[in-house]
Structures are given as C-alpha cells and as structure tokens.
Design a protein around this ligand. Structure first.
Ligand SMILES: [Zn+2]
Length: 285
C-alpha cells in the first residue's frame, strides 16, 4: 500500500468511525463451510464493528471471530454486507454480536442518533424501518443493501432500499388502529433477540447410536448451528432432530457437519446441513 502508517495503539478519534489499518486475525468458516484462519487488516473501525479486507469468501450470514493479535482480545462478529471486491479480496462489514466489544480499545465520542432507513426484505418483500449502526451505515452507503434477519423468512436475508411504507404486523399490536406506525428495530438488537429466541430451541444429535441434546441456533431450511463440548469433525454424518422435544415423537434426518471450529471457551461450534429434505423417510447410508 506504500503507507508509512505504523501499527501502534490508536489515539482517540473524534469521529464515529476511523480509517485505520490495524492487524486482525479472522477465524471462521467460508462460503463452502471450510474453516479458515486469515491474518489481515481492518479498513475501518467503528464503535459497533469493523470493515476488513479478506481473501476468504464469507456467506452472507456468517459469524467470525475477530482477534487483535497484539492483545489476543477477541470479539464475535457477523457479516452485514460486502462493500467491494477486487483482486486483493473482499471488503466485508462485520458488526459485533455482543457490543460494546472493543478488541482495539478505540475511544469514540458519544453515540450519535442512529440513522433510520426503510428497507425491504428481498425474500418476502416485507418492509421495515431499521435503525442502522455505524458499520451498517458504511455498508449501506456503499451498496444500498444490508444483511439482516427477517422474522417472516425466519432467516437472514438481503434487505434493499424501498419507497414502500413499513407497517407493523406483530400480532396483538394495534396495527389496524395505527396503520402508519412503523416498526423500528436495530439490526443488532434484533439479531441478538432472535439469537436468544433461537437458543431456547434444542436439537438432538444422534451419532454412533448415542443421542445428545444440544442448544441450537440459526435454524433454517438448510440446517442449523450448535455448540457442544464434544467435537464432531467436519464431514461427520449425523442424524438430527430439530426442534427436539423430549418424550415426543421426533423425526431425525440425515445431516452432515459442514464446519467445526473451536471456540475460545473450549467448546466447538458446528454448522450442520441436512443432506435430505427434512422429514423424509429412509435415506442412503
Ligand atoms: Zn423476509
């Protein structure tokens, strides 16, 4: 890059984000479920996330671990979008899953009012007004899109700009009495809320005749994730029942572990894909 900038502890900045190339180690699974470790640099640092240049390709709803190699401090972050791509790699916007995470000890001024943007889910076309965090504003300004969970789709989806009006559709709320009332949710808050809701769901993993009940997250039509003390290496074929209810009839389906990575707490995070349509009876061994 020909920059003379040294990688030192940054000074306090008086902007909501800073263009700073600081070393970062990224641990995650790529678009194909392959685990990777990559040393790279941040492009911008925000109060609520970072943008980084990455050679590996991330899935739109990926989560990665970001580590500051100078202190070994880590933060879990999820992809909010990709602002550009060139010969050197992809620039991804990553928001901290548990803010205020701050592996680089940046000092930002007091938070500004969140930017409100009306977006439409490209899956089900529902419209919502979202309060964007600073890293999300960066991605949105570059691409006019964001990755954000959709309750209707029950999955992460791409949301784009729209001129249609957002309408609250939550049951029990007086949407009919207030048809112009807009639903305003911060994507991070919603993701965390969805996470908590999802964490209550359990799955049962059957492997070598042994059944283990695990907490699972990010359940979609294609699969789910779970964390356990036991390691199921990538490629392991398991049978999975999701959601699982004890003392009830549960349908298990053939699945395979698409990635497995060790978390800082010693547990293993697994991504599981169903290898057959859920609920099918009989499968190839
Ligand atoms: Zn949707």
């Amino acid at each position: 890059m020909g920059t003379k900038k040294e990688s030192t502890v940054p000074n306090p900045v008086d902007a909501p984000s800073a263009k700073l190339q600081l070393p970062v180690e990224v641990i995650g699974a790529d678009l194909y479920g392959q685990q990777f470790f990559e040393r790279t640099r941040t492009q911008t640092i925000h109060r609520d996330g970072v943008s980084i240049l990455l050679v590996n390709t991330l899935a739109p709803d990926s989560e990665v671990i970001l580590r500051n190699p100078e202190t070994n401090e880590e933060a879990l972050a999820f992809v909010v979008g990709q602002s550009r791509e060139d010969d050197t790699g992809h620039v991804y916007g990553l928001a901290y899953l548990h803010p205020p995470a701050d592996p680089w000890h940046m000092q930002f001024p007091a938070a500004h009012a969140a930017r409100m943007v009306q977006l439409e889910c490209k899956g089900c076309h529902s419209v919502r007004t979202l309060a964007l965090s600073s890293i999300e504003v960066e991605i949105f300004e570059a691409t006019r899109e964001l990755t954000h969970p959709c309750k209707n789709c029950d999955a992460s989806r791409t949301w784009g700009e729209t001129s249609r009006n957002a309408i609250v559709k939550e049951p029990g709320k007086s949407a009919a009495q207030n048809p112009n009332l807009r639903s305003v949710v911060s994507p991070i808050e919603e993701r965390r809320k969805n996470k908590r809701m999802a964490m209550k769901k359990v799955a049962c993993i059957r492997f070598s005749g042994v059944e283990v009940v695990v907490a699972c997250e990010d359940i979609s039509k294609e699969g789910f994730r779970f964390t356990s003390h036991k390691e199921y290496p990538e490629g392991t074929r398991v049978e999975a029942s999701v959601p699982y209810t004890k003392s009830s009839t549960n349908i298990f389906c053939m699945s395979s572990v698409v990635y497995c990575h060790k978390m800082p707490d010693g547990q293993f995070r697994h991504g599981v894909n169903y290898t057959r349509t859920r609920g099918s009876i009989g499968w190839d061994p």
